[in-house]
Design a protein around this ligand. Structure first.
Ligand SMILES: *Cc1c(COP(=O)(O)O)cnc(C)c1O
Length: 448
């Protein structure tokens, strides 16, 4: 069997996500025949290291025996049942585990089936909380510059990535935008802690002016991922939690991308020792197997909805596949692997292997802002390093690195000219070295 016939059939009937389909007149589309561990294999026997964990969802590698087995067990008993009026053991056990693992105070789990839906749930719950408390004027959200929270209309409204957002402005609700504490935006001559304090001052200014009409601040803790792998100091989160308390607005921590060990701790919020009012999890929750997401919240939020039906305070939100039993079984198996194998410690070693392998790229004449948080390492391609001048976007240099990677056993799909590694936790140091070699050669190739 060859790739060609499948690609031909695909291109007649499919429309792929986040893709200008015209590109596939020349860009190879890769049909994957099977996957194991960090490796994807196509129909012609070519292999690719999944350096970006299949869009950040995969944690313990593809086709993991323990998750496979958990799914086999579950499918023999129950595939799915509605979660209104009914329940099942996998969703109960998973919720118990999530409540015990997540930061203090998060005691209630509301499930959905993708990250964007979890964001919508948090936005609606926060606004609804203040309505139930008799403060309907608190109905706006503050987000950070360069943040990304998904593609549905509400999630896109609280995002700030022009490429995904601009076209749909007429559909979106207005949001207040605070400055990003992104370390790469730290001006020369300013220390990181001063830069962090400035970003917090910007947030304080917005809250001072608008807190009476704001219900929540939403943030991607430690790493703004889709907005370009922009990393900030834990101190920003500590400061933000204090501001949200001071001005009586909710803090929504969107850990859909950074949760489950990605940043060096199980949850990014732990590094600032804070508890948000809403914690959103998705992506890695099922180890990359099945779509599942969850919005965790507090007793205090839950209590504002708990009343006689006639009070009209219920949260009447649902998705057909809420709490799907197969997805919950995969999630439980994934969390069991955390309990059994201590990947947080393993990741510390892998992260330092990644740091040493990437370090030489710092000196590359077209590489800027080499950065890392835990198991995410990123850099930007630049035309002029001294001036920090980017390449014209139309040159699509990042895409050229991607093409080079495909020819050299690596799936390195970039974010524009931001290249990054975000591999499954089962990668070995030697495989990291192999990836970085391809990345470096790809950068040479794309910038010559
Ligand atoms: C991916 C992502 C989402 C959206 O999740 P989907 O499952 O793609 O809808 C939301 N927030 C963050 C931080 C993400 O990275």
């Amino acid at each position: 069997m060859q790739n060609g016939p499948l690609v031909e059939r695909d291109l007649k009937v499919l429309w792929h996500p986040c893709t200008q389909m015209y590109d596939h007149l020349t860009l190879p589309l890769i049909p994957v025949r099977r996957a194991h561990g960090i490796w994807l294999e196509d129909f012609e026997g070519r292999r690719y290291i999944d350096a970006i964990s299949s869009w950040w969802v995969n944690i313990f590698g593809h086709s993991h025996p323990a998750i496979n087995e958990a799914l086999r067990q579950q499918i023999g008993n129950l595939e799915h049942v509605l979660l209104a009026g009914f329940t099942h053991e996998p969703v109960i056990a998973l919720s118990e585990t999530l409540v015990s693992l997540t930061p203090e105070g998060l005691t209630r789990c509301f499930f959905a089936d993708n990250g964007s839906s979890a964001v919508e749930i948090a936005l609606k719950m926060s606004l609804h909380y203040f309505r139930n408390l008799g403060a309907p004027q608190k109905a706006r959200f503050i987000t950070l510059a360069h943040s990304y929270h998904g593609e549905t209309v509400g999630a896109l409204s609280v995002s700030d990535v022009a490429l995904y957002k601009k076209t749909y402005e007429p559909l979106l609700f207005p949001t207040l935008v605070a400055p990003s504490p992104d370390r790469t935006l730290c001006p020369p001559g300013l220390s990181l802690s001063e830069h962090t304090a400035q970003a917090l001052a910007g947030m304080r200014g917005l809250l001072e002016r608008h807190h009476e009409t704001v219900c929540a601040v939403i943030i991607e803790p430690l790493v703004q991922c889709a907005g370009g792998m922009r990393m900030h100091e834990p101190a920003y989160l500590t400061g933000l939690r204090a501001l949200c308390d001071e001005f009586q607005v909710h803090l929504i921590a969107d850990e859909i991308a950074v949760g489950f060990g990605r940043t060096g701790t199980l949850f990014a919020c732990e590094q600032a020792a804070i508890s948000p009012d809403f914690l959103l999890l998705g992506k890695g929750l099922t180890g990359g197997y099945l779509p599942l997401s969850v919005c965790l919240t507090t007793d205090q939020v839950y209590a504002a909805f708990f009343a006689e039906y006639s009070a009209g305070k219920a949260f009447l939100h649902s998705h057909s596949y809420t709490g799907n039993a197969l997805a919950c079984a995969a999630a439980r198996a994934t969390l069991d692997l955390f309990a059994q194998n201590d990947p947080i410690t393993t990741n510390r070693l892998l992260a330092s292997a990644m740091a040493s392998a990437m370090a030489p790229l710092q000196d590359h004449p077209h590489v800027a802002s080499l950065r890392q948080t835990g198991m995410i390492a990123a850099l930007d391609l630049v035309a002029d390093k001294a001036k920090g001048e980017p390449y014209p976007a139309a040159e699509r240099r990042g895409l050229s690195v991607y093409r080079y990677g495909l020819e050299h056993e690596a799936l390195l799909r970039p974010l524009g000219d931001t290249l990054y590694l975000m591999p499954p936790y089962v990668i070995q140091a030697s495989e990291i070295a192999q990836l970085v070699e391809v990345l470096a050669a790809g950068i040479d190739h794309a910038t010559q």
